[in-house]
Write a protein that binds this ligand. Structure first.
Ligand SMILES: Cc1ncc(COP(=O)(O)O)c(C=O)c1O
Length: 362
């Protein structure tokens, strides 16, 4: 690794593939022979059209999406989706099911409630501080959709199998595990992911939307808040976040061509997570906070015997060129976020450091 760079375990914005950053650097002043930076070209140009279309096509190919799905690039982060989803799909008299597995699901529920939409929380893991993924979920047959968060970035839990809904469309916030493994897109009506964890920089949110849901969008919403506006303009109703979309395109190209697709990505991610969970499971010093059957492959959350030691751990890691290990401010503890772009080498550096730290203070 380039010695000036850190082993980056940030939860998001997070590590990007080194060769993507190098490609951006190499072409930054003169993109594709245009004599301009990619941040200077018009979003109405053929160059930018090619970027958007390549990003869409690679998303389709990587996820094996049928023609029924639209791929959109929106702004406002994943958080705006918490509001747009109920605004666009929950008409008066209709109701949606929500599953509450942590901070982000709670926020999604809250936004629907602010809009005075009818929301049923059909399952929750709040009783045990969101340390697990609920099982035996019973969805309502009359729900317009079932919303869940596929990976809970703060608590380090992840769905290994998605809820069974008997035909009711699933809607998932996949911000922190999007493109980390293959899955069947067919039961989904909508998938959204803020780019800044697995597929790019902050500033763009990728949305995958099934055509039958798109057709339900009412006309009376403000243009910027309805999916039809972006579906009918190839996400270019107004100026899109061009640089963020460009970076997403390069990350998807890397996933596609360098990694070789989501099956390979999953194998790498499993190996990385396995190395870290092995440490947690064989030590009395480190303690994982997520229940074993609900553990995330992306965010590994753990505690040390005291808060003082946790502070020291984060500080000494940084002195050893390992960054981003502090747990979310709402829960404390430690967290290693090992998104797609975090290499096995980085994880091995971290596990070596963890062993040394335990020997010293354990
Ligand atoms: C699962 C999940 N959903 C939503 C968000 C919020 O995303 P944004 O900051 O893009 O609104 C985050 C941010 O960390 C997240 O981890």
């Amino acid at each position: 690794m380039n010695n000036d760079r850190i082993y980056n375990f940030n939860p998001g914005p997070a590590a990007l593939p080194l060769n993507v950053l190098e490609e951006i650097k190499a072409s930054f002043l003169d993109f594709a022979g245009t004599g301009m930076s990619v941040t200077e070209i018009s979003h109405r140009s053929k160059w930018f059209d090619d970027i958007v279309n390549d990003a869409i096509n690679r998303t389709r190919r990587l996820l094996n999406l049928s023609k029924d799905f639209h791929v959109l690039f929106l702004q406002g982060g994943a958080s705006l989706q918490f509001s747009m989803i109920p605004m666009n799909f929950l008409s008066d008299g209709r109701s949606a099911d929500y599953i509450n597995t942590g901070t982000w699901s709670t926020k999604a529920i809250k936004e629907a409630e602010i809009l005075k939409k009818s929301v049923r929380v059909i399952a929750s893991s709040e009783d045990k501080s969101f340390s697990y993924i609920p099982k035996d979920i019973r969805t309502s047959p009359d729900a317009v959709y079932v919303h869940f968060t596929s990976n809970n970035t703060i608590k380090g839990t992840q769905w290994s199998e998605f809820p069974e809904t008997k035909g009711v469309p699933l809607i998932a916030d996949m911000s922190s595990d999007f493109m980390s493994k293959p899955f069947d897109p067919e039961p989904f009506g909508l998938i959204y992911a803020g780019a800044q964890k697995n597929i790019g920089p902050a500033g763009v949110c990728l949305v995958i939307l099934r055509d039958d849901l798109l057709k339900q969008v009412p006309t009376h919403l403000p243009s910027m808040l309805k999916y039809t506006t972006f579906a009918s303009t190839n996400s270019m109703y107004n100026t899109p976040p061009c640089f963020a979309v460009y970076t997403v395109q390069l990350v998807l190209k890397w996933l596609d061509e360098t990694i070789g697709g989501l099956k390979n990505m999953e194998a790498i991610n499993r190996t990385k997570a396995g190395r870290l969970y092995d440490i947690l499971d064989t030590s009395d010093f480190y303690r994982g906070t997520a229940e074993i059957g609900s553990r995330s492959m992306m965010n590994i959350t753990f505690r040390l015997p005291s808060e003082d030691l946790e502070l020291k751990f984060v500080q000494e890691a940084l002195e050893n060129n390992i960054g981003g290990l502090k747990g979310h401010r709402s829960v404390g503890g430690c967290r290693a976020s090992i998104y797609n772009a975090v290499t096995l080498e980085a994880v091995e550096v971290l596990t070596d450091f963890m062993k040394t730290f335990e020997k010293k203070y354990g």
